[in-house]
Design a protein around this ligand. Structure first.
Ligand code: OGA
Ligand code: NI
Length: 354
């Protein structure tokens, strides 16, 4: 099962549509999927904020921090982290250099136009179905790990500092992923290196999707990203420092994430749901856009090595809790999403064994 080498129709950068008076029909969502009034659901609900400084404190503090993370994973599948060890200055530079990239003239970006074959590069859509509904966002997708897949020649050559900053940013955030992999292993009752081993250790994958959501003349009719769960292990998201847009599903409601300064937003993906036999679950999220300002975000996805079979960890399977999912490699799993585009949690649900 391969992906085709070309898109089924010409790809239009959303940035080129931002100044029109109305949005093309392809971007108009059915009424039930529209964002509604985002200010109205300014519910008091907030995803938890965890101070990771506690992990390097005494035993009691460390345990309390782990409990907070475990609680956040069970209740939300989403949390913000502060004191995470990545320098705020590096976070700021990464965001700024990528913002500059998206502000370059169209022909500079077009050089890196991607194809559905590998997705690496500059793009504006996911699924390959002709005539599919489209989201109001452009992106740049690249691989940071494993080293064997990383190819900096495929990263933007401009601005001149982009590759160096992206490399430094990736290294720091991947370190943070290592810490979270241990914490998640321990809180699931597994050996502390269990998840890292299941992901292939040094061969684990890390890729980045830099999202650019241009301002939109009719933000109430569309979404920057439709509802989806992330297919991989987990995601470390650097949000825009000023413009909000991320919403997380909680039951039947959508909760707008109010990001705090210098924090990352962490969310669990489908592979952690499978490995934990659904003790932890991936959570649907989406992005709304606005008429006043563009929004940028940098998502770093931490994933299992592509050719390893991923199934429920033996320790999470008991007589009362049989294995819920059939093992599958991440390479195979990810192909479904690349072909079909985003559709809520339908992909992980299709793995259900019974
Ligand atoms: C993603 C994503 C959220 C955001 O890239 O998978 O969910 O706020 N991004 O841009
Ligand atoms: Ni996502």
């Amino acid at each position: 099962m391969e992906c085709p080498l070309e898109w089924p129709e010409p790809v239009v950068p959303v940035q080129s549509l931002a100044d029109a008076a109305v949005i093309p029909d392809r971007y108009v969502k059915p009424p039930s999927e529209r964002p509604g009034d985002a200010s109205k659901d300014a519910s008091v609900d907030m995803i938890p904020i965890v101070d990771l400084g506690g992990l390097t404190g005494g035993a009691a503090e460390r345990e309390a921090t782990m409990r907070e993370i475990s609680g956040a994973c069970k209740e939300w599948g989403f949390f913000q982290v502060v004191n995470h060890g990545v320098s705020p200055e590096l976070m700021r530079r990464a965001r700024e250099v990528w913002r500059e990239f998206f502000h370059l003239p169209p022909e500079e970006k077009q050089v890196f136009a991607n194809s559905p074959n590998t997705f690496e590069g500059y793009g504006s859509r996911l699924g390959i179905q002709k005539g599919a509904s489209l989201d109001w966002g452009d992106y740049f997708f690249l691989h940071l790990r494993p080293e064997s897949i990383k190819n900096q020649d495929k990263w933007p050559a401009l601005p001149a500092s982009l590759r160096k900053i992206t490399e430094a940013y990736g290294t720091e955030v991947v370190k943070l992923c290592g810490v979270l992999m241990q914490v998640l292993s321990i809180t699931l009752g597994l050996d502390e290196s269990f998840l890292q081993k299941a992901f292939g250790e040094e061969e684990a994958g890390a890729c980045m999707r830099v999202n650019y959501y241009p301002k939109c003349p009719q933000p109430d009719l569309t979404l920057g990203i439709s509802s989806h769960s992330d297919p991989g292990g987990f995601t470390i998201l650097l949000p825009d420092e000023r413009v909000q847009g991320l919403q997380v599903r909680k039951g039947d409601a959508w909760v707008t994430v109010q990001s705090v300064p210098h924090a990352f937003i962490v969310n669990l993906g489908d592979q952690i749901q499978v490995l934990s036999n659904a003790i932890y679950k991936s959570v649907e999220h989406r992005v709304f856009v606005n008429a006043a300002e563009a929004r940028i975000s940098i998502a770093l996805f931490y994933n299992p090595k592509g050719d390893l079979l991923v199934g429920p960890a033996p320790e999470t399977v008991t007589p009362d809790r049989p294995p819920l999912y059939k093992p599958m490699t991440f390479d195979k799993y990810r192909l479904f999403i690349r072909k079909k585009g985003l559709c809520g949690k339908s992909q992980v649900e299709s793995l259900i064994a019974m």
